[in-house]
Design a protein around this ligand. Structure first.
Ligand SMILES: Cc1ncc(COP(=O)(O)O)c(C=O)c1O
Length: 466
C-alpha cells in the first residue's frame, strides 16, 4: 500500500493522514458536517472510501513504497541463460555462461566431488558455524595449491588466506580492503575483462581504469599497449591480471611477456592483483596455470590473488574460493588477515562449509587429488577437441582467406570470436546461438556434434552482417 499522504479537501475543514495510519485499519475522521470512514482492507486492492456531504477526495492507492526503484537491466552474462531457456528451437546452443557441459551438453558433477561428499556423509560431520576466515583445512590446501607447498611465502607464513564466497566474493572482499586502506588508489583492469569486475570495484567505490589488452586487428594480445598503460598509471596502482585463461579473450601473455609485465609492475611500485578462476582448467595442469602468480611471488612482490573452484571442481553453486594476500612479513599477513575478517563479519558473518570440505578432502587426499587432476585433464581435453573441430569446420567452409587460427591460439573455456554486437545478435536471433554481446563464446557449452552448426552460424554472421 501507498506511503503517500491522503489529503481531504472539504468545505469546512481539511485533514490529512498518512498511509501508516491507514494501515492500522479503520480510521474515522469527523468534521462539523461530515464524517469519513476509511476501511483499509489489506486483502482488497483498493482502499474503500466512503464520503459524505461535500467532502471529495482522491486517493492514490496501490502505489508502492518502492515506486522510485527502477528496473535493473538483465545481467549481461546470466541474462543470456534466461533468454536461452525461453527459446524452443531444437538447435539452440547456450554458449553464454562459462560452465562445463558434457558432450551431451549436460551439467557435470565431478566424480571426485561425489566421492568427497560420500566421505563427508559417512563421517557424519556437523553443520556448526565456521570461523570468519573459513575452514582451516581448506585455507591451508588452497594456498598450497596456488603457490606450491614448498613456496617460501607459505613456509614463512607470509600469506593471509581467508575463505571467500567463490571468486566473486573473494574479489569483493579485497576490493573493500583496498577502499579502506588505499583510499584513492586505482585498479587497472584489462580491456576487455570479465563482465563482473567493473561491478565489483564500482560497488566497493574503488576507482578503476582500463589498460589495453585485446588487439582486434590480430585477435591477439596488444602487449605494447598493455605495457604502456601499466607504465602510465599512477605509481602504486593495483593491476588486475587474469592468472590464466583470460576471460573473455582466452588470450594469455607468454612466459616471457609475463616477466616483462612483472618488470614494469615492480618498476612502478604497483600491486599485482591476480584473479585465478581457471587453475588447471586452462592447460589441464594446476602448476602450469599457476606459473604467472608464482613468478611474481618468487620476486618477493606483495600481491593479491582471488581463487575460485567454480570451474576446476565444478562447484559453481557452492560458492567456494579464497582471497590470498602475500605480504612481505608474517606479521603484516596476520594484520591483513584480521582486517579481511573484519570486513567479512558484517557482510556475511562466516562462509559456507560444504564446498570448503569438498576442496579440503579432494586436495588434501593424494588419491582423490590425482583423480581430480585426471578429470580436469579430461574436461580441458574435451574443450580442446571442440576448439579444434570448430576451427576445422570454419576453415573448411570459409574460402575467403579469413584466418581463423586465432581460435586455436586462445586457451581455456572461451573463444573470443571477434564478432561485433550486430553479428552476435545475428548469432542469437537467426541461429539461436546464445552468447555475450562482446563476441565471446563458451566452448565448454559446445559439443563435437554441434561444431558444424556453430561454424555455419559464425560464417554467416561474420560475412553477411556488417
Ligand atoms: C575471470 C573470472 N573471475 C572470477 C570469476 C568468478 O566466478 P565465481 O564467483 O563463480 O567463482 C569468473 C567466473 O566466470 C571469471 O571468469
Amino acid at each position: 500500500m501507498a506511503s503517500t499522504m491522503l489529503s481531504l479537501p472539504c468545505t469546512s475543514s481539511s485533514a490529512s493522514l498518512s498511509m501508516h495510519q491507514l494501515n492500522k485499519g479503520k480510521v474515522k475522521l469527523g468534521s462539523s458536517d461530515s464524517s469519513i470512514c476509511i476501511n483499509n482492507d489489506r486483502n482488497s486492492p483498493f482502499t474503500k472510501i466512503k464520503s459524505f456531504g461535500r467532502i471529495s477526495m482522491t486517493v492514490a492507492t496501490n502505489v508502492s513504497r518502492f515506486e522510485g526503484v527502477t528496473m535493473a537491466p538483465p545481467d549481461p552474462i546470466l541474462g543470456v541463460s534466461e533468454a536461452f531457456k525461453a527459446d524452443t528451437h531444437e538447435m539452440k546452443l547456450n554458449l553464454g555462461v562459462g560452465a562445463y557441459r558434457t558432450e551431451e551438453l549436460q551439467p557435470y558433477v565431478l566424480k571426485v566431488v561425489k566421492k568427497a561428499e560420500n566421505l563427508m556423509l559417512e563421517r557424519g560431520e556437523n553443520k556448526e558455524y565456521l570461523p570468519i576466515e573459513g575452514l582451516a583445512a581448506f585455507n591451508k590446501v588452497t594456498a598450497e595449491l596456488l603457490f606450491g607447498t614448498d613456496n617460501p611465502v607459505i613456509q614463512k607464513q607470509r600469506v593471509a588466506t581467508v575463505q571467500g564466497l567463490s571468486g566473486t566474493g573473494s574479489l569483493r572482499l579485497a576490493a573493500a580492503l583496498i577502499e579502506r586502506y588505499f583510499p584513492g588508489a586505482k585498479v587497472l583492469i584489462s580491456s576487455p575483462t570479465w563482465g563482473n569486475h567493473k561491478n565489483i570495484f564500482n560497488d566497493a567505490r574503488v576507482p578503476w581504469s582500463e589498460y589495453r589488452y585485446y588487439d582486434p586487428k590480430t585477435v591477439g594480445l596488444d602487449f605494447e599497449g598493455m605495457i604502456a598503460d601499466i607504465k602510465a598509471a599512477p605509481e602504486g596502482s593495483f593491476v588486475l591480471l587474469h592468472g590464466c585463461a583470460h576471460n573473455p579473450t582466452g588470450i594469455d601473455p607468454t612466459p616471457e611477456q609475463w616477466k616483462q609485465i612483472a618488470d614494469v609492475i615492480q618498476e612502478k611500485n604497483h600491486i599485482p592483483f591476480f584473479d585465478v578462476a581457471y587453475q588447471g582448467f586452462a592447460s589441464g595442469s594446476l602448476d602450469e596455470d599457476a606459473a604467472s602468480v608464482r613468478l611474481f611471488a618468487a620476486r618477493g612482490i606483495e600481491l593479491l590473488v582471488a581463487q575460485s573452484y567454480s570451474k576446476n571442481l565444478g562447484l559453481y553453486s557452492e560458492r567456494i574460493g579464497a582471497m590470498n594476500i602475500v605480504c612481505s612479513s608474517a606479521d603484516a599477513a596476520a594484520r591483513v588477515k584480521s582486517q579481511l575478517k573484519r570486513i567479512a563479519r558484517p557482510m556475511y558473518s562466516n562462509p559456507p562449509i560444504h564446498g570448503a570440505r569438498i576442496v579440503a578432502n579432494v586436495v588434501g587426499d593424494p588419491g582423490l587429488f590425482s583423480e581430480w587432476k585426471a578429470e580436469m585433464e579430461m574436461m580441458a581435453g574435451r574443450i580442446k577437441n571442440v576448439r579444434q573441430k570448430l576451427f576445422d569446420s570454419l576453415s573448411a567452409k570459409d574460402k575467403s582467406g579469413k584466418d581463423w587460427s586465432f581460435i586455436l591460439k586462445q586457451i581455456g573455456m572461451f573463444s573470443f570470436t571477434g564478432l561485433n554486437k550486430a553479428q552476435s545478435d545475428n548469432m542469437t536471433n537467426k541461429w539461436h546461438v546464445y552468447m555475450t554481446k562482446d563476441g565471446r563464446i563458451s566452448l565448454a557449452g559446445l559439443s563435437l556434434a554441434k561444431c558444424e552448426y556453430l561454424a555455419d552460424a559464425i560464417f554467416d554472421s561474420y560475412h553477411n552482417v556488417s
